[in-house]
Design a protein around this ligand. Structure first.
Ligand code: KG4
Ligand code: ZN
Length: 351
């Protein structure tokens, strides 16, 4: 045994036990982690109710959260096999999202943390999507490239440390998820758009040449051109009374929207000499994109950390995972923390 082993091999203190709470949109979610080990994950969704209206109605979301939050947290603690009094911190999404919806989770989290006498940690929802990778592979350590593709953000980042990242490129207009949702509407598909486009695309072929995103040397994206091309294609065909395959439109749109994400993430990894890409955000639940990422990473010998689909869409496990990052950094919030509809990801460059 080496000298250093004798001196420093002290018994490790147990990893912190963190409750995560998420209520930014239509999912009321709670989860418990011990360090990077996920102990429970509860998601109660009002998506079926929202589908009747073709999208998320904020008032319905807030009411649904109010009804579900107690059950979600109670179940998450119970299913984790711990006592609420064992928790070391409560992490909660404070933005971005629907303010009324956020306030339900945030108020509950404040009261819970105060009653237990443990710290409150305010989590930026999008940082939660990025942190989901730490649960998917608990051995993951920066630096790595993060591919973020969600309803509100699309970016390629260089994650330098758990807290610091550099935005290498991002969308100049719409996010990838927004483009999927818009394509769904044009194709007459119900809410939620993204998964329904994916389903329809399985029956079609990638045979329509929609414009690819910026083909320059940088990492920025633009989805508005692709979105407009899909809208124009469908409207032209309809106006001329020409039959066309909606499934082919879905498949062609999907590959134009996804191929560029995979290609640029790999290019960033090569240029930054990173051997790891971690992905996160709702669009990463897309089966076509997942296969593409697996294929291009395998070809280049890059390790891909791909959270399971249920940890790409909204959940509280990712909020607890980011809560752990903030807990370790000593970043705690006080009870004056307020909900915020918009939190920028940051400017391009170092954060
Ligand atoms: O990451 P997310 O929760 O959004 C933000 O936090 O901003 O993801 C929601 C987005 C929606 O636009 C939804 O249509 C898209 O992710 N999405 C998908 C799929 N599942 C969810 N897009 C394509 N294919 C999917 N399977
Ligand atoms: Zn989200």
């Amino acid at each position: 045994m080496k000298y250093t082993d004798q001196v420093f091999a002290l018994p490790r203190k147990e990893e912190p036990l963190i409750l995560g709470i998420e209520s930014s949109c239509d999912e009321t979610a709670a989860a418990v982690v011990r360090g990077r080990a996920l102990l429970s994950n509860v998601v109660l969704s009002s998506a079926a109710e929202q589908a009747k209206y073709g999208g998320v109605v904020p008032e319905i979301a807030s009411r649904a959260h109010t009804e579900a939050i107690g059950e979600a947290v109670g179940r998450a603690v119970k299913e984790a096999g711990v006592l609420a009094s064992d928790l070391d911190a409560v992490a909660v999404t404070y933005g971005a999202g629907l303010v009324g919806a956020l306030l339900v989770g945030l108020s509950f989290a404040k009261a819970y943390a105060f009653a237990l006498g443990v710290p409150l940690i305010g989590v930026n929802h999008i940082r939660g999507h990025m942190a989901a990778a730490y649960l998917a592979d608990p051995s993951l350590e920066p630096p790595f490239i993060t591919l973020l593709a969600s309803g509100g953000h699309t970016a390629i980042l260089y994650t330098r440390t758990a807290e610091e990242f550099e935005i290498l490129g991002s969308t100049r207009d719409d996010a990838a998820g927004e483009a999927f949702d818009k394509a769904a509407r044009v194709l007459g598909l119900p809410y939620p758009g993204g998964p329904n486009v994916e389903k329809l695309a399985r029956e079609g072929k990638n045979c329509i040449a929609f414009p690819k995103m910026f083909s320059g040397a940088g990492y920025d994206f633009s989805y508005s051109g692709l979105k407009t091309a899909v809208v124009n294609y469908c409207h032209n065909k309809e106006q001329k009374g020409e039959p066309f395959s909606r499934a082919d439109v879905a498949a062609s749109f999907q590959s134009a929207a996804c191929d560029v994400l995979a290609e640029r993430a790999v290019r960033a990894a090569k240029e930054k000499r990173c051997r790891t890409i971690a992905a996160g955000g709702g669009v990463i639940a897309n089966g076509y994109l997942r296969e593409k990422l697996i294929e291009v990473c395998a070809k280049e010998g890059i390790r891909l950390v791909l959270p399971e689909k249920k940890y790409c869409t909204d959940n509280a496990a990712m909020i607890a995972a980011e809560g752990l990052v903030q807990y370790r950094a000593g970043n705690f919030s006080d009870l004056s923390l307020n909900a915020s509809a918009h939190i920028p990801l940051g400017k391009k460059g170092k954060q």
